[in-house]
Every structure is written in structure tokens, then in C-alpha cells.
Write a protein that binds this ligand. Structure first.
Ligand SMILES: NC(=O)c1ccc[n+]([C@@H]2O[C@H](COP(=O)([O-])OP(=O)(O)OC[C@H]3O[C@@H](n4cnc5c(N)ncnc54)[C@H](OP(=O)(O)O)[C@@H]3O)[C@@H](O)[C@H]2O)c1
Length: 275
């Protein structure tokens, strides 16, 4: 992997598979914008990157459970870097982080929808001018095989809530965004793909769910890096992968009317509609 001269943003790179991917990209020579909430863990990764003598690291602390925090992250990145070759939207919470009860974001939205999907939607749109100016560039949305259709009459899941449903709804929303954005960006030199990295990797999210891990961050990391830097992915866009294999997502992802409803709602909820 030759990432010399490339700048990459990996959200949620203070831990788990995002951390692994950020370290790999830096080892390839990239300037890596590390993101997360935990400063101590970010510093450990930044020091590790500097010690290895490849690439560069900078830390951006932002809480994606707040749209203001998400906007601050985008503004800081846009102010600091002159190009962005790769945006990996990876930060996320699992079905059980912070307990099984329904939780809401700083803006009052269902928490998994806000952190796992809405913040990535907002970041992608705010970073698009820089991604376009840096083309060919790529966006990778780290989604999941866990996908639940969105009930447009109750997107915030006020009825029949479960952490699993909330997580899976947010992951399908990421895939719907991928297909939509890919269509919008066709011909711009910016490609957008999404994936299920691997099943039950040994990460904080999986352990918080009381699940015994069955795969490694190396396996999931390889799948993310394939979409992020793989030569065979050049020019390919709007696709969903299960690990290294192209796959079909939930049928709702291919429903143009549902995608349009989600897009309109997301523009409204993020304030982009009135921008
Ligand atoms: N683990 C799996 O088996 C699996 C399977 C399929 C898909 N995925 C997807 O892979 C991605 C990474 O998961 P992982 O297993 O590596 O998780 P993880 O180890 O729990 O790491 C999650 C990362 O997201 C960040 N994050 C969480 N909430 C945040 C918030 N409110 N604001 C900002 N950053 C936040 C964390 O940062 P701080 O710790 O600094 O707050 C951390 O860096 C997720 O999108 C997940 O849905 C994972």
C-alpha cells in the first residue's frame, strides 16, 4: 500500500477496527486524521504511528452524538488540511453500549440513528467539496450485515425499541446513503461504498454486547482497506460488500422511494435542508 501524500480521515479510530485501519494507512505513508472521543487512546495511537516513522497523525476529538460536535469536526478538518483522499465513516456504537434502554442524542434523536448514521451523513456532505477537489477520492461507510428496515412512521423507534433493531436500522441507513450518494457523485471522481467488515470482531462494541468474538480486527480491517485503497475498487461505486465479497443488502436499500424519504429526512434533521 503506497499512501504517500494521501490524507485520510477515519472516524472512530481510537479503538477497534478503526484503530487498526488507521495504523495500517499510516504505515503505508498516509497522513491520518485520527478521530474519537478518548484523548488518551488517540495519543497512544499517534505515538505508535510516529514511532514507526511512516505517515503522520493528528487527533480530532469530537462527540458524534451531537450534530454541533459533528460540524466542529468537519470544520476543523476543512481548516487544517488541503486535501482529503479518503473518508472512512467507521465510528459507531453497538446494540448494547451504555445499556439496553432507548437513548437519545444531544439533539433528541434516537442515539444509534444519530451516531451511526446521521453524523456520517452530515460529515460526508460537509467534507464533499474537499473530497471532490481531491478526486479521485473515496468514501467508505462501515455498515453491517445486521440491517432492519426503517419504519418511516417511527424512525426514532419510540415503539417496540430494542438495541438490536436500533443498531440494524442505523446500519441499513448507512447503506442507503451509500447508494444515494454514489448516484449523486457519479462522474465526480468520488466513489462511495459500504460493507460489513467481519462478524463479531474482538472489539469493545462486541464485548459490550456480551458476545464471544469470532473474528479479528485484522480480518475486518482487510475488508475495509480493500474498499478504501484496493486497485480493483477504482471507479466502483454504490456497492455493498460482505467482507471481501460483493453482496446484496436488505431490499429496502434498493427502494428508491425509501432512499428519497431518508435523504429528505436527513437533510431536515441535520439542518442541511435550510443551508
Ligand atoms: N465489531 C464487529 O464485529 C462489527 C461488525 C459489523 C460492523 N461493525 C462496525 O464497525 C465499526 C467499528 O466498530 P468496532 O467494533 O471497531 O467498535 P469499537 O471498538 O467499539 O470502536 C468504536 C469507535 O467509535 C467511536 N465512537 C463511539 N461512539 C462515538 C461518539 N459518540 N462520538 C465519537 N466517536 C464515537 C469510539 O471512540 P471513543 O472510544 O474514543 O469514544 C471508537 O473509536 C462500527 O461502525 C460497527 O458498527 C463492527
Amino acid at each position: 500500500m503506497n499512501m504517500d501524500g494521501k490524507t485520510v480521515l477515519v472516524t472512530g479510530s481510537t479503538d477497534g477496527v478503526g484503530r487498526h485501519v488507521a495504523a495500517k494507512l499510516a504505515a503505508g505513508g498516509a497522513k491520518v486524521l485520527i478521530h474519537g472521543r478518548d484523548k488518551a487512546r488517540a495519543q497512544t495511537l499517534a505515538e505508535e504511528i510516529r514511532r514507526h516513522g511512516h505517515g503522520e497523525a493528528a487527533f480530532y476529538q469530537a462527540d458524534l452524538s451531537s450534530l454541533a460536535g459533528t460540524r466542529q469536526l468537519a470544520e476543523a478538518v476543512l481548516a487544517d488540511v488541503r486535501r482529503l483522499d479518503l473518508f472512512i465513516s467507521n465510528a459507531g456504537i453497538g446494540s448494547q453500549n451504555q445499556g439496553p434502554q432507548r437513548q437519545t442524542s444531544a439533539d433528541g434523536y434516537e442515539l444509534r440513528f444519530a451516531v451511526n448514521y446521521l453524523s456520517g451523513f452530515l460529515l460526508a456532505y460537509l467534507l464533499l467539496p474537499l473530497l471532490k477537489a481531491s478526486a479521485p477520492s473515496r468514501i467508505v461507510n462501515v455498515a453491517s450485515l445486521g440491517q432492519h428496515p426503517i419504519d418511516f412512521d417511527d424512525v426514532m423507534i419510540t415503539r417496540g425499541y430494542s438495541g438490536g433493531r436500533a443498531y440494524a436500522q442505523s446500519k441499513l441507513a448507512q447503506i442507503m446513503l451509500t447508494i444515494d450518494l454514489a448516484d449523486e457523485l457519479r462522474g465526480s471522481g468520488v466513489t462511495v461504498n459500504s460493507l460489513h467488515p467481519a462478524t463479531y470482531m474482538n472489539t469493545t462494541m462486541v464485548r459490550a454486547g456480551g458476545i464471544t468474538p469470532i473474528s479479528t480486527v485484522e480480518q475486518g480491517g482487510d475488508a475495509i482497506l480493500h474498499l478504501a485503497v484496493g486497485d480493483d475498487m477504482a471507479g466502483k461505486t454504490g456497492l455493498f460488500f460482505n467482507g471481501m465479497q460483493q453482496a446484496k443488502a436488505h431490499p429496502q436499500a434498493y427502494d428508491a422511494t425509501a432512499r428519497e424519504r431518508l435523504r429528505a429526512l436527513s437533510l431536515e434533521l441535520t439542518g442541511l435542508a435550510s443551508a
